[in-house]
Ligand binder design. Structure first.
Ligand SMILES: NC(=O)c1ccc[n+]([C@@H]2O[C@H](COP(=O)([O-])OP(=O)(O)OC[C@H]3O[C@@H](n4cnc5c(N)ncnc54)[C@H](O)[C@@H]3O)[C@@H](O)[C@H]2O)c1
Length: 267
């Protein structure tokens, strides 16, 4: 069983009602995006689950309480046509889109000397242009739905830098400021836009970075010294924040950076 297949993965749905919501979730084949998809479905939403990993999004659908509430789609978030198609497919299938979760990302560790121009461009294309495209194509659909919520996946690296993660950190800083820009532009139109900033969560995206830090086991050993809660986060603990931001309970929140990091940025 992988880290995003556990029983915890749809915690919170008993508390939060997403009945009537229609969401597009990118990066839905793994980790946090899979947990968000499972949580949203358990809370009553319909979800278009998009990812470059087609087999992975089909597996995500199978893991949901109601697989018929999920439409899996292969989509590359750096490609404008794919992102537009994801929003269109959700709107065609369920008649509206109320929620856009721009979650897909890649991480290629390195300082600026080690990071190739190609790798830097790739991180910006997926992590920042992907979020831009998600906002660009979702906003008109959310307006047609009478309003909605955009949830962008930032990182603690939207707020603070850490060693050998230059391109990723730059992209995540951009995600936070793009979130604020979208929030300001559409605040009076019923479209809210917020950013989640997770700390270290147990998913595959961290493996290359962990190698640079001496391997995943030594990262886990040292973790209490920099993530005060003393353990990795779980994908469902980030999904719980997304459930709240997708729900009407967060109706006064827009332009926020919601930190869920086990205290990492409190140090
Ligand atoms: N895991 C952490 O510690 C952590 C911390 C802070 C922020 N985040 C953020 O959480 C989000 C989810 O990451 P995760 O931890 O679940 O990692 P993950 O590697 O488990 O999932 C990332 C998903 O994005 C998909 N993806 C990559 N490139 C894509 C593309 N071009 N188009 C569509 N899909 C693509 C991958 O196939 C994968 O399914 C990311 O934005 C990541 O930066 C994660």
């Amino acid at each position: 069983m992988g880290p995003s297949e556990g029983p915890h993965d749809h915690r919170g749905h008993e508390l939060i009602d997403l009945d009537g919501k229609v969401a597009v979730v990118t990066g839905a084949a793994s980790g946090i995006g899979r947990a968000i998809t499972r949580g949203f479905v358990a809370a009553g939403a319909k979800v278009l689950a998009a990812d470059i990993d087609e087999a992975g999004v089909w597996r995500t659908a199978e893991l949901c309480d109601d697989p018929t509430a999920v439409e899996p789609l292969r989509a590359d978030v750096s490609d404008p046509d794919d992102v537009a198609a994801a929003v269109e497919t959700a709107e065609r299938t369920w008649g509206r889109v109320t929620t856009m979760v721009n979650n897909a990302a890649v991480s290629i560790p390195g300082n600026v000397l080690e990071t190739s121009v190609e790798d830097f461009d790739r991180m910006l294309a997926v992590n920042l242009r992907g979020v831009f495209l998600g906002c660009k194509y979702a906003v008109p659909a959310l307006l047609r739905a009478g309003g909605g919520s955009i949830i962008n996946m930032g990182s603690v690296n939207s707020l603070v830098a850490e060693p050998v993660l230059a391109g990723y950190t730059a992209s995540k800083g951009g995600v936070l400021m793009l979130t604020k820009a979208v929030a300001r532009d559409f605040a009076t139109s019923g479209v809210r836009c917020n950013c989640i900033c997770p700390g270290w969560v147990d998913t595959p995206i961290n493996l290359a970075h962990a190698e640079r830090m001496g391997g995943i086991e030594s990262v886990r050993d040292a973790l209490p010294s920099w993530q005060p809660i003393g353990r990795e986060g779980r994908p469902d603990e980030i999904a719980a924040v997304a459930l709240f931001l997708a729900s009407d309970l967060s109706s006064f929140m827009t332009g926020s950076a919601v930190v869920a990091d086990g205290g990492m940025t409190a140090i």
